[in-house]
Write a protein that binds this ligand. Structure first.
Ligand SMILES: CC(C)(COP(=O)(O)OP(=O)(O)OC[C@H]1O[C@@H](n2cnc3c(N)ncnc32)[C@H](O)[C@@H]1OP(=O)(O)O)[C@@H](O)C(=O)NCCC(=O)NCCS
Length: 178
């Protein structure tokens, strides 16, 4: 991590930089970037949304995380609710801090930045647990989340706009340390 600094991020001001990171880390088309931009800015209108960034010495944003307390009326929560209910996990939707996005630029991955971003943002949460969704495959993201104490609460979750199924994962806070 040496030269990269993790700290508070004005994500509204740097939304385009963040989406550029997400586009290379996660893969987004220009159309998808436009759609995500609206969604991110709408999320950030919530007074409870929080974000952190990882910044290189030249000021370049190389990673970011943002999230907010779960709101059962929000789209994400309404999609995952029936899947969680099926496994008896619907109670996780209350008093949970949701990680909405976490991305690190590929040139900066595997240096502990992702772990630092998600640990720091959840450490500042007042909620006793955290939720997130990740593509339901054995990715670096899933490995990271498991090592932090997240476990699968639902699998094969279909979001209307996404082509791949997702897993919903939950962890008690604070996240597990190595
Ligand atoms: C997931 C992501 C944010 C992790 O960021 P990162 O800075 O590379 O993560 P870290 O360096 O902190 O790695 C932490 C852990 O992730 C896992 N991990 C990271 N890269 C991995 C890889 N290539 N293969 C397997 N596990 C890996 C390991 O468990 C690692 O733990 P370790 O430190 O004990 O080795 C990053 O890989 C990324 O942006 N991926 C693409 C976008 C994405 O999938 N975002 C999440 C959407 S749900």
């Amino acid at each position: 991590m040496d030269d990269v600094v993790v700290g508070p991020l004005d994500l509204t001001a740097r939304v385009d930089d963040a989406l550029a990171v997400q586009a290379v880390a996660f893969g987004l088309t220009d159309d998808e970037i436009g759609v995500r931009r609206h969604i991110v800015l709408r999320h950030l209108a919530s007074p409870d949304a929080r974000s952190l960034g990882a910044v290189a010495p030249d000021g370049r944003l190389v990673g970011f995380v943002y999230g907010m307390p779960n709101d059962r009326t929000q789209w994400w929560s309404t999609v995952v609710e029936p899947y969680l209910r099926r496994g008896g996990h619907q109670g996780w939707l209350d008093d949970a801090f949701v990680i909405t996005e976490l991305h690190v630029h590929p040139a900066y991955q595997k240096r502990g930045i992702g772990r630092e971003l998600i640990t720091r943002i959840t450490d500042e949460a007042v909620e006793p647990r955290s939720l997130l969704s990740a593509i339901d495959t054995e990715s670096p993201a899933r490995g990271l989340y498991r090592s932090l104490g997240y476990r699968d609460l639902a699998r094969h979750v279909l979001f209307p706009s996404a082509s791949s199924p997702y897993a919903v994962m939950g962890a008690p806070l604070p996240l597990r340390r190595r």
